[in-house]
Ligand binder design. Structure first.
Ligand code: HMG
Length: 391
């Protein structure tokens, strides 16, 4: 319908942690060939939160930059996607709302379904804007991936936030219909309320991911979605970058193709540049891949890009978007590159200390060590309340 404006992502800003850990040092510590990480799973570095960082500080960092550029006019909703929730009742988004100075006329809610919920948030945002195209929605995904020290998941940790301004006539990506979805009750990865690290059936999770992405693609095709060949690139959820290559090969085979590993790697390369240096960022991961693609690929104006989102447990979704004319003027490549390059590397001992640091559970007064370079800090606890400050 020519009268219906396109709706999609107008601005996309990433944030990550103050620290990083080189996976070579993790391999050294465990006496493993580093190639298992750099080649076998396709990860080089992972982001590690400082003691005074959490999902709120990363989210506030990314959201503040969206607001600095676009203002708050028209924003009526903030959807916060995470599986690293800091409270069972209060949405982490309400802290972000206050830290970045959003007006009270913005509703806030938190969404959860493992790594998938940011995609649900994006689709819900598109629905709200279709009802009233004068409204804008902030979709903020923020997560920290934590596994036990010494577990097979340890090398696939990471942390990042992706904040998106979703609106009519977007500058970056117009979201297309249909979306293909797939839900199946499977215990491939989960984190019970009493644990700060995830439990995972590693090999089973890879199978569950492939099966669900295949199901989402099939649903997309059944609804008359665009042909596989029409996608200039596809951004997959990247728990580790090798997973994207497995997923792409899986969809290619379902579509009667048989690409070589070199062809698959070349097709996906620009989507993997940030993720291999950040690690798994759960809900943010597929949008980190999108930022990486837009920031690095040759001109994509008018090209169709696929988004393949997966959250363990499990829900998957596949949809397409069209890259908008002039999008390059709205990217944040220098900002993203500087953010990744200026992280402070940890040695293995310091990383273990941080990993073992947990917050008191009895609500006692607690102060974090000031480490963070970003504008927002998690200061500590007072009478069971989390305290934040704006730098
Ligand atoms: P593992 O079992 O220790 O590793 O853990 P492996 O032995 O399977 O080796 C991994 C790869 O490295 C293999 O390649 C090896 O051949 C290769 P593949 O067969 O897969 O192509 N390899 C080497 N390559 C070069 N030189 C060497 C070498 N040695 C081995 N020397 C595993 C791997 C991914 C299972 C583990 O890291 C893990 O459990 N990670 C967490 C779970 C995960 O990320 N699952 C992904 C799918 S589920 C998902 O994406 C959802 C999630 O994001 C959560 C959410 O939704 O909320 C996790």
């Amino acid at each position: 319908d020519a009268a219906t404006p396109s709706i999609g992502i107008h601005d996309l800003a990433l944030a990550t942690s103050h620290h990083s850990l080189d996976l070579e040092s993790l391999a050294d510590h465990h006496g493993i060939d580093p190639a298992k990480f750099t080649v076998g799973i396709g990860q080089h570095v992972m982001s590690v939160l400082a003691a005074d960082e959490d999902i709120v500080t990363m989210a506030a960092d990314a959201t503040a930059r969206i607001i600095a550029r676009n203002g708050t006019d028209g924003i009526r909703t903030l959807l916060f996607a995470t599986e690293s929730g800091i409270d069972q009742s209060k949405s982490a988004g309400v802290y972000v709302h206050s830290l970045v100075g959003l007006p009270p006329t913005v509703r806030v809610v938190e969404l959860k379904q493992a790594c998938y919920s940011a995609t649900a948030a994006l689709q819900f945002a598109v629905g709200l804007i279709a009802r009233d195209p004068s409204q804008k929605v902030l979709v903020v995904a923020s997560d920290v991936a934590r596994y036990d020290l010494g577990s097979s998941g340890e090398s696939t940790q990471g942390a990042a936030a992706a904040a998106m301004l979703v609106q009519a006539n977007p500058a970056l990506l117009a979201v297309e219909n249909p979306a293909g979805v797939y839900t199946e009750d499977v215990m491939d990865f989960w984190r019970p309320n009493y644990r700060s690290t995830a439990l995972v059936d590693g090999k089973g999770s890879i199978k569950a991911y492939l099966n669900a992405i295949g199901g989402a693609w099939q649903d997309y095709a059944d609804q008359g979605g665009e042909p596989f060949e029409s996608f200039a690139s596809i951004c997959y959820h990247q728990p580790f970058t090798k997973m994207a290559t497995k997923a792409h090969r899986h969809l290619a085979v379902l579509n009667g193709q048989n690409p070589t590993p070199v062809e698959v790697a070349a097709y996906l390369e620009d989507t993997m540049r940030y993720n291999r240096l950040i690690g798994n960022s759960y809900t943010a991961s597929v949008y980190v891949a999108l930022a990486s693609l837009l920031d690095h690929a040759d001109d994509l104006t008018g090209a169709r890009v696929g988004l393949a989102s997966y959250g363990s447990g499990s829900v998957a979704e596949f949809f397409g978007g069209v890259v908008q004319p002039g999008y390059r003027d709205h990217l944040r490549r220098e900002e993203h590159t500087a953010m990744i390059d200026t992280r402070v590397p940890l040695d293995h001992t310091a990383y273990e200390v941080l990993h073992k640091t947990t917050l008191p559970e009895d609500g006692r007064e607690y102060r974090t060590t000031a480490e963070r370079a970003g504008s927002f800090r998690f200061v500590g606890l007072n009478e069971h309340r989390r305290l934040y400050e704006r730098g």
